[in-house]
Design a protein around this ligand. Structure first.
Ligand code: ADP
Ligand code: 5GP
Length: 207
């Protein structure tokens, strides 16, 4: 049995998938089963929406402050979306991981590629649809996109999937139960890696 006073470092779990693949569905299940998994709070230059809480939903910054932080390499990754800047602050992530907090990153391939450079120890998982035909079905079934948007999303999906090869793990979301079992297996196995259990062997030898 593991000596229970020896805690491990947190896992940075990065998930990417083309829109419509089922990432949200899988993330919800993982967070339901493992509520201890946290999310990283991004910085943004956009205005808060009604109901959004500063520091919980986003850290809201004026553009000049965001640009200063970006120049000083405070962000693990950043992007401009619809004219607003968004970024993932790096220092709180390192601190949380050191304290054993697991963090999930639900992030697109470009953000994930930047994260790979600044947070190399993260676990990168790409979720694939079983086929392009099924991806199209799911986008239709979700009912949130017009036909034109579905065409754009399918075009983007092809480009995104070419990036899947540099990820650590690929999950095909065909049968949801099988896909979820793979995701939880990756999460549980990541917690057993020696790099996140630096003090485990010493603690056992000392006992
Ligand atoms: P994403 O977050 O990747 O855009 P969603 O989780 O919103 O995708 O899923 C898109 C649609 O596909 C939803 O209607 C969801 O219920 C459905 N879906 C998810 N996984 C599966 C699966 N394994 N088989 C069939 N439908 C699925
Ligand atoms: P919203 O303004 O609607 O909350 O988010 C707009 C877009 O910005 C979404 O696609 C969201 O995923 C993306 N986004 C939010 N935070 C970050 C971040 O820290 N980094 C990147 N690259 N994108 C982000």
């Amino acid at each position: 049995m593991r000596p229970n006073r020896v805690s491990r470092d947190g896992i940075a779990l990065v998930l990417s998938a083309p829109s419509g693949t089922g990432k949200t569905t899988l993330v919800q299940r993982l967070r339901q089963e493992f509520p201890q998994i946290g999310y990283s709070v991004s910085c943004t230059t956009r205005q808060p929406r009604p109901g959004e809480v500063a520091g919980k939903d986003y850290i809201f910054l004026v553009r000049a402050e965001f640009e200063r932080m970006r120049a000083e390499h405070h962000f693990a990754e950043w992007a401009e979306v619809h004219g607003n800047l968004y970024g993932t602050p790096l220092a709180p992530i390192h601190e949380a991981l050191r304290q054993g907090q697991d963090i999930l990153f639900d992030i697109d391939v470009q953000g994930a590629a930047q994260l790979k450079l600044s947070l190399a120890e993260a676990v990168f998982v790409f979720i694939l649809p079983p086929s392009m035909h099924e991806l199209e079905n799911r986008l239709r079934k979700r009912g949130t996109d017009s036909e034109a948007t579905i065409d754009i999303r399918l075009g983007n999906a092809r480009k995104e999937m070419l990036e899947a090869r540099w990820y650590d793990f690929l999950i095909v979301n065909d049968d949801l139960e099988v896909a979820y079992d793979s995701l939880r297996a990756i999460y549980l196995a990541a917690g057993l890696a020696p790099c996140r259990n630096a003090h485990l062997v010493d603690a056992i030898l000392k006992d």
